[in-house]
Design a protein around this ligand. Sequence first.
Ligand code: ZN
Length: 175
Amino acid sequence: MTWWHLEESQVFKAKVRELIQFRAPWAKVLFPCDGMAEVRNTWDGETLAPFIDDRVGFLHDVSHILVATNSRLRKVNCGLGHDPAEERGSPACYRQVTERYADREEVFACVLQLALAAYLDCKDLLIQSEGSFLNTSFPSKKELASVQKYRPQALSEENWTHVEKARAAYEMRNQ
Ligand SMILES: [Zn+2]
């Protein structure tokens, strides 16, 4: 029995499914509790299927999907190439953007990941693991706004508002 089987994970799972399917309505969304045996890549363009039970990594991958362009959404790992954590990554997984572009998108993904952790009420996931990519341990309003400017379609209009609200509330509590 893992966290993924608990009642408290239900809202998290429903919200994540909604976020992914807003960007990729065709997507099949699996969670670690659904089994991970046959997975080669977390995202193959059609299915989100984590291969380890790691919520920080999971939310990071969700963020990458949300900030990818429409055309790269259909690609393995959003056309960003191998995730170093994915030892079993498929050969079809190659980088379709420049390293510079990928590094820039990485920052946006990290900012969104932390804001989503607040939105999904995962306080334990608001750790500083993405610190090397960010100036701050938790994104400012301006940083989240920069993600919205970079990829407006990453979230629905309504969810941009919800996520910013959650980000602001978390910031207020932790000042
Ligand atoms: Zn990344």
